[in-house]
Design a protein around this ligand. Structure first.
Ligand code: ATP
Ligand code: MG
Length: 161
C-alpha cells in the first residue's frame, strides 16, 4: 500500500523534478502494509503537502519499527521534504481545520487547510501521535507514531472519509 501511494504521487513529483524515495523497515510485520484506508489517507495528505511545498530536492518516505515504548511496540511513518519549511510560530495551529501558513505557496496552490486536520483525526482514532519538525527554507519532517496493535486490528475502518 505504501508503494501504491508513492506510485500515485510520483507523477506530481516528476513534474517538479523532485526525487521521491521509499524505505520500508524489513522488521515491520506485513500487516502494516495491508490496505488500510486511514494509513492511505494520511500518506496521501502528507505526501501531497511535501510535493506542494517543496520547490527542489527530495522527499523521503519511511516506515520504521520503534523500540518498545511503555511496553508496547510502536511503529512510525516519516515523510521528510527539503521544502520551504514552516515557521515555528505557525506549528501550533498547523493541525487545526482551515489553518494555512500565510505564504505565497499556500495561496498559489489553494487547498482548504483540511489535510493535516484530517490526518490528526485519523491518527487520534488509531491511538497514535502526529508531530512535526521543520526549519524554514531547509525542510519539514512529519512523523506519525502508531501502536502496532492498532495496525493489526481487524477493526472495520470504512466509516471515515
Ligand atoms: P488541503 O490539504 O486541504 O488541500 P493545505 O495543504 O493548505 O490544504 P494542510 O494539508 O492542512 O492544508 O496544511 C496546512 C498548512 O500547513 C499548509 O497550507 C502549509 O502552509 C503548511 N504545510 C503543510 N505541510 C507542509 C510542508 N510539508 N512544508 C511546508 N508547509 C507545509
Ligand atoms: Mg494539504
Amino acid at each position: 500500500m505504501f508503494k501504491k501511494v508513492v506510485a500515485l504521487i510520483q507523477p506530481l513529483a516528476d513534474e517538479k523534478n523532485l526525487e521521491l524515495s521509499l524505505s520500508l523497515d524489513p522488521n515491520l510485520p506485513r500487516d502494516i502494509f495491508a490496505d488500510d484506508n486511514r494509513i492511505r489517507q494520511i500518506l496521501i495528505n502528507l505526501l501531497s503537502n511535501a510535493v506542494k511545498f517543496t520547490p527542489a530536492g527530495k522527499i523521503v518516505v519511511e516506515a520504521i519499527l520503534l523500540d518498545d515504548y511503555m511496553k508496547q511496540p510502536y511503529w512510525q511513518i516519516k515523510v521528510q521534504d527539503t521544502g520551504i519549511g514552516i515557521p515555528a510560530e505557525s506549528i501550533d495551529a498547523l493541525f487545526q481545520r482551515f489553518s494555512q501558513v500565510d505564504h505565497g505557496v499556500a495561496r498559489e496552490f489553494g487547498g482548504t487547510g483540511l489535510g493535516l486536520a484530517i490526518c490528526q483525526e485519523l491518527v487520534t482514532r488509531m491511538k497514535g501521535r502526529i508531530t512535526v519538525e521543520s526549519e524554514v527554507n531547509i525542510g519539514t519532517t512529519f512523523m506519525v507514531t502508531l501502536p502496532l496493535s492498532e495496525a493489526q486490528d481487524e477493526d472495520d475502518n470504512s466509516d471515515l472519509l
